[in-house]
Design a protein around this ligand. Structure first.
Ligand code: ZN
Length: 243
């Protein structure tokens, strides 16, 4: 079984298609694992939901998913995120609303647990430091934790002392050992690590490996759809820079 691991698609259809095509050319995949924020920011929430749902998939809720269906307040969102969330709400059909509202906060597929933010705060915590990593490792009942939300790819290794963040090297095929890891595949639809290419990972259960890749997509195509939808300029611009 091979799982295509995606996070933070953010309604970016060009990016999602590019990732699916790239993963298909690298041995393919049997199931999609989505770590939340399928919608929000981008211009294609409905086509992205349809494309994910056309595959066998497991998905957990992100803050933008719940915000777009009123299951979470947008008070903590900045101006651009709020405007995009309101626009997204207007695009969704009742079936999309039901789907997004029904997404669980946490999902399991041995030896992985999946969550958007962190185990102590599934929707809102950015798991980016040792303290946050330690808290989630304490709550983790499986060997590996898959997270998104920060849009930064990384591996975090459990140690006897403090958890250690290391680079999730592009194109390296990493053997999964007995050690417990927290893994962020990076963002498909709105990378923020100063590399505008889409990021994703593939898990292979036969080889017991995980690997991460980047792929270019039609950024200008996404940007012009965002212009047409009158989404905030800042959200349009940032895609070009990966910030
Ligand atoms: Zn996100």
């Amino acid at each position: 079984m091979r799982a295509l691991i995606l996070s933070d698609i953010h309604a970016n259809l060009e990016a999602l298609r590019a990732v699916i095509d790239d993963a298909s050319s690298r041995g393919g995949f049997d199931v999609l694992w989505c770590l939340g924020d399928l919608v929000g920011y981008g211009p294609d929430p409905v086509p992205c939901l349809s494309l994910v749902r056309s595959h066998s998939f497991v998905a957990v809720a992100g803050n933008h998913d719940y915000a777009s269906v009123g299951k979470m307040s947008v008070d903590a969102f900045n101006y651009a995120a709020k405007a995009a969330a309101n626009w997204t709400t207007g695009q969704l059909s009742q079936s999309d609303v039901d789907f997004l509202s029904g997404l669980p906060l946490v999902a399991n597929h041995e030896p992985f647990t999946m969550v958007h933010g962190s185990l102590r705060d599934p929707l809102e915590e950015y798991l980016l430091d040792a303290d946050a990593a330690e808290a989630s490792l304490k709550l983790l009942a499986t060997r590996f934790l898959l997270v998104g939300h920060s849009h930064f790819p990384f591996l975090c290794l459990e140690n006897e002392s403090t958890p250690q963040f290391v680079e999730f090297t592009e194109d390296a095929v990493l053997p999964l050992t007995e050690q417990r890891w927290i893994i962020n595949p990076g963002s498909t639809g709105q990378p923020r690590d100063r590399d505008p290419r889409s990021s994703y990972a593939i898990y292979d259960d036969q080889d017991a490996t995980i690997e991460r890749h980047r792929v270019e997509y039609d950024i200008e195509g996404t940007q012009s759809k965002m212009q047409e939808a009158h989404l905030p300029e800042y959200l349009i611009e940032r895609l070009k820079f990966g910030i």
